[in-house]
Design a protein. Structure first.
Length: 225
C-alpha cells in the first residue's frame, strides 16, 4: 500500500506535513477529508479516533500528530532531505521550536479562526482575546530567536520551519507582526521556499472558504495565479 496522507487543503497542520513530504520528495497519495460529511467523518474516525487531521498511513498503519509524522518520515521515508538534524543538540533545538510554533502560534491562531465559524451565542470573546494576547506574547520570543539566523534554528531548514510556515501564514492575517523585522523577513523567506510555495498554490482555490478570507492580503488570495 502506498504512503497515504489524509488531509484538508486549508488546514495549517496539514500544510506542516505537506511541506515535509515535498521537502523529502517522498511519494504519497493525498486523500482529502471532509469532516462535515457524516459518512466521511465516520470512516475517518476509524483511522484517526480523535478526528484530527492530518493522518498518515503507511501499509495500513496510522500515524497521528504532525511532529511524530515528520519524525516517522525522517526515519522510514527519508527521501532527499531529512528534517531533524543529525547532531543531537541541534535536533533537540529543532524539536523544541517545532513545539513552540505549534503551541504558541498554531493553537491560538486556530482558536481565533474557529471562533469565527461559531454561531453568535457560541462565540468566546474572552478566549479569542486571550489567543490574540498569546500571539503577541510569542512574537517577541520568536524575534529574539531569529536574530542572525536564516531559519528557525540556524542555517538549515528543519521540522521547526515546517511548523512555523503555516502557523505564521494564518497568524499574519489575524494578528500581524510587521513591527518585528526578524520575524517579518523570516516569514518572507518561508513564503518563497519552494515546498511551502507549492503548498500555498495547491491551497489557493480553497482560500475563499477561510472565515477571514476578506482579511487576507491580495497576494495571498491570488497566490500562484
Amino acid at each position: 500500500m502506498a504512503l497515504v496522507l489524509h488531509y484538508h487543503p486549508l488546514s495549517s497542520f496539514c500544510h506542516k506535513v505537506l511541506i515535509a513530504l515535498y521537502e523529502s520528495g517522498t511519494a504519497f497519495e493525498p486523500v482529502m477529508v471532509n469532516l462535515g460529511d457524516p459518512a466521511e467523518r465516520t470512516a475517518y474516525l476509524e483511522i484517526s479516533p480523535m478526528g484530527k487531521i492530518p493522518a498518515l498511513q503507511d501499509d495500513g498503519r496510522a500515524i497521528v500528530e504532525t511532529s511524530i509524522q515528520i519524525e516517522y518520515l525522517d526515519q522510514y521515508h527519508p527521501g532527499t532531505r531529512k528534517l531533524l538534524p543529525a547532531n543531537a543538540g541541534r535536533c533537540l533545538e529543532a524539536r523544541l521550536w517545532d513545539r513552540l510554533f505549534d503551541l504558541y502560534i498554531e493553537l491560538p491562531m486556530q482558536k481565533i479562526g474557529a471562533d469565527a465559524m461559531r454561531t453568535e451565542g457560541e462565540r468566546d470573546p474572552r478566549g479569542v482575546a486571550d489567543a490574540r494576547d498569546g500571539l503577541n506574547a510569542a512574537y517577541p520570543m520568536i524575534e529574539r530567536q531569529l536574530s542572525g539566523k536564516t531559519w528557525a534554528v540556524g542555517d538549515d531548514f528543519t521540522i521547526a520551519d515546517c511548523a512555523a510556515a503555516p502557523g505564521l501564514f494564518y497568524a499574519s492575517i489575524l494578528e500581524p507582526f510587521a513591527a518585528y523585522p526578524n520575524l517579518s523577513a523570516y516569514f518572507e523567506r518561508l513564503l518563497a521556499w519552494p515546498s511551502y510555495d507549492r503548498v500555498l498554490r495547491e491551497a489557493q482555490p480553497f482560500f475563499e472558504y477561510y472565515p477571514y478570507y476578506r482579511n487576507m492580503p491580495e497576494r495571498f488570495r491570488n497566490w500562484g495565479l
